[in-house]
Design a binder for this molecule. Structure first.
Ligand code: AMP
Ligand code: GLY
Length: 464
């Protein structure tokens, strides 16, 4: 590895283009002659955007998406296999000569899909972390301990189980409101509670440890509340010290305008992010990305995939809110638009452990996405509503999330988040205008969208 490689990358943070050695150039020329058969796992807007990007690659032979959705079939062939059914995936991969598996969602990674295939004779390569690496998302306690071991800036914390509830109460008393309580394990994005009063925080701690999120909240991380504006930084790493930083994005998590109401899977996203400028990103790279990439190597944790850093900007200082071990959704629906390079060779190189020769160029334009969602989401909502108007859209790319094609060819809603309307623009305003024009065209009963995506960043850009 390669402190040297990292230093090279650091000297070229803007172009993300490392120096080439003649040896690696030869190797990559050889790789460029083979065309790849790819299986992409997942069924959301993120996977639709990944499929859109992968399908543009001259290196692609054939793309399958398992299980995919009503939109992914435009970019490859949907196959009805669950991303968690490793045996069926293995059989399918064998029968269809799959070279590479790209994992969209975290569950298969946390369940160990990388280890399942790694080192098996004739098995496809997998883009993603090993099960040990996936614990960065699968266990918040593990992630916090990792950050402490590698001096990565994050909120002060302690972890508790039902055995030391009283100590948990005492720790809450040391902190100031609001109180942040996190279920240690995966909880479908619902495992974080932010509470205004000490009494509520204590009661919630007790409930969480008593099984509020099942086994996921058998351990609870309590941490200091950080105040600032968030952004999502994505890194593709090859496990050997090579990495590329993808375009930075910001998502909008709450259902209501002005960031009010309950959390959702994400109502929209914007890239680039005005405050993630060179100075901020230099801090992110030096204080967070390098110690993370090198920390994984130092701890012998195999990691050849995406690292998602959920960051918060606290008075110009980046701090880690969370790690995820996959791309973000809906951030991917803007990040894919902003990657000018062919993504497929980058994914292959990451999975093979040799990213060093490949550049990752950014499209200079803005990209925005506006999610149209089912009425009632993130609470209960009806499915099976007929979607119309998609053919009128000419200002954006529609990345389907919760859609399915009926046997008669109708496009129906099948989830809370229905379609991400993703568009380019030379300015943030023009990208947003294009996304919103598309979101107006798409029709179904009960449609809802947030009308203020990107408004906070526009205010920062305008200096008010
Ligand atoms: P997480 O699942 O860890 O990303 O948490 C979900 C959301 O809760 C984050 O995106 C933040 O908006 C918020 N959050 C989590 N931890 C903190 C913290 N320590 N301080 C402030 N907000 C937080
Ligand atoms: N947009 C946040 C996530 O994918 O977790």
């Amino acid at each position: 590895m390669s402190i040297q490689q990292n230093l090279n990358t650091m000297r070229h943070p803007v172009s993300n283009t490392p120096e080439k050695s003649p040896f690696n150039a030869q190797e990559s020329m050889q790789e460029q002659t083979t065309r790849l058969r790819v299986l992409l796992l997942g069924s959301g807007g993120r996977e639709c955007a990944l499929a859109w990007k992968i399908a543009q690659s001259p290196r692609l032979d054939k793309l399958f998406i398992a299980p995919g959705n009503g939109g992914t079939g435009a970019y490859g062939e949907n196959v009805a296999i669950s991303p968690l059914d490793f045996e069926s995936i293995e059989n399918f991969a064998h029968e269809n000569k799959i070279d590479m598996i790209v994992v969209g969602n975290e569950d298969p990674l946390v369940a160990g899909i990388f280890d399942y295939f790694n080192g098996r004779e004739g098995a496809p390569i997998v883009v993603g972390p090993s099960k040990a690496g996936a614990a960065l998302e699968g266990s918040k306690d593990f992630a916090k301990q990792f950050m402490v071991r590698h001096s990565i800036p994050t909120a002060r914390y302690r972890s508790f189980t039902a055995d030391n509830l009283e100590e948990g109460y005492a720790f809450l008393e040391e902190l100031k409101a609001p109180y942040v309580l996190k279920a240690d394990g995966l909880a479908a994005g619902k495992g974080v509670l932010i509470l205004d009063s000490l009494d509520e925080a204590k009661a919630s701690l007790k409930e969480m440890l008593g099984g509020m999120f099942g086994q996921s909240s058998a351990t609870v991380v309590i941490e200091e509340f950080l105040s600032g504006i968030e952004c999502s930084v994505f890194v593709l790493t090859d496990g050997n010290g090579g990495y590329r930083i993808l375009p930075v994005a910001k998502d909008y998590k709450r259902i209501g305008e002005g960031d009010t109401g309950p959390n959702t899977g994400g109502m929209g996203a914007v890239s680039p992010v005005v405050f993630a400028d060179k100075e901020f990103m230099k801090k992110v790279e030096e204080r967070i990305i390098l110690p993370t990439v090198n920390g994984l190597i130092a701890e012998d944790i195999t990691y050849r995939g995406f690292i998602f850093l959920g960051l918060i900007n606290v008075d110009g200082e980046p701090m880690v809110i969370e790690y995820n071990v996959r791309m973000g959704d809906p951030e991917t629906e803007v990040v894919m638009l902003r990657i000018a390079s062919d993504l497929l060779p980058l994914l292959e190189a990451a999975a093979r452990g040799n990213l060093s020769t490949l550049p990752l160029a950014e499209d200079p334009r803005y990209a925005t996405t506006v999610m149209v969602v089912s009425g009632g989401y993130p609470g209960s909502y009806e499915k099976g509503k007929k979607i119309t108007g998609t053919e009128k859209v000419d200002t954006a790319t529609l990345f389907h999330a919760g859609t399915k094609l009926a046997d008669n060819g109708d496009l129906l809603t099948s989830g809370g988040r229905v379609i991400a309307c993703s568009a380019y623009g030379d300015t943030l305003d023009s990208a947003l205008a294009n996304s919103y024009a598309a979101a107006e065209n798409v029709e179904f009963e009960g449609k809802y969208m947030r009308r203020d995506i990107g408004r906070d960043l526009r205010r920062i850009e305008q200096g008010c």
